[in-house]
Design a protein around this ligand. Sequence first.
Ligand code: SAM
Ligand code: FES
Length: 357
Amino acid sequence: MNQFKRLIDKLETTSYLTKEEWVMLIENRNVEISEYLFEKARKWQHKYYDNKIYTRGLIEFSNYCKNDCYYCGIRRSNRSAERYRLNKEQMMECCEIGYKLGFRTFVLQGGEDGWFSQEILEDIISTIKKKYPDCAITLSIGERSYKSYLGLFQAGADRYLLRHETAEEAHYQKLHPAELSLENRKRCLFDLKKIGYQTGTGFMVGSPGQTAASLAEDMIFISELEPHMVGIGPFVPHHETPFAKKVGGTVELTLFMIGLLRVMMPKLLLPATTALGTIDPLGREKGIQAGANVVMPNLSPTSVRKKYELYDNKICTGEESAECRTCLSQRMKNIGYELVTDRGDYCEFKEEKKCIR
Ligand code: SAM
Ligand code: FES
């Protein structure tokens, strides 16, 4: 057996590789090694989650953002972005539509928009929770203080998504202006876990300046953090950002990283992201076949969809929520998976403990 397949075996049995081993494996991947990896990834995916794919209804409630990340289409310096924010009633309407369609998780995502004060956010969260006590609320609203995260948790939020973006210090600085730091990003993630959120991190694949060594750092950081979810998708350039002319990430490398994550941490909730579906019409299906087990269709009103443009040519900006739900359900069926109506908690948070490694 070749040495790279042996590294995959080592990852499977110990959940650990040294930085050098990560780099070697990532740099030397090929079709045969990838297939070997994906087979193992699917084995673990089926062991813990069968052929079930969890779905989360994404509500992109504001594209105002005080940050200026170089890769992001809604960064504050993008003067041509048409800004919007949904009010509480509009957000409740999205939940109502979503609930009827079978969603039991709502993901509230937005830029870092100061208009949504702590008080306003807590009110929105507790209202949703009161109306839909059987649903999970996920937040994805960036970096905040421990106190703020705690307040939102106490108001009823269950989960939080905050990608670390890259775990390599020098790379982090290439992607962000000086006022943002990897140290604070990591602090937020550890705070979220400490408070009790089901916590998600993640990174873009192929972001400018990323090397196999950066990806190795990402994998090492993830194994230290032990998150419940990891969202990864390809970097896709946006025409109104400093990275407009940079090359985007590939489907191939994104799938390889998904496979590695599933084998390293078999119980992870791993989305097949919209960005993956954007650069390949079958990207989300391929993501599932590489080990992902979550999809996050959009529940935002179609009138604002195009405005939440993180990158160029984002898919699903014209479809109604119901269309996306049906489309994804069919797509999953086509490859032998089933979209389920379930909160889709990380398996250790579930009542029946079917997840024993
Ligand atoms: N403000 C919150 C935050 O920073 O976590 C949530 C919104 S932010 C736009 C959500 C994610 O979009 C980021 O974590 C980033 O990884 C991803 N993203 C932004 N620009 C992107 C691009 N050009 N290509 C792919 N993903 C991108
Ligand atoms: Fe939106 Fe297919 S998921 S159209």
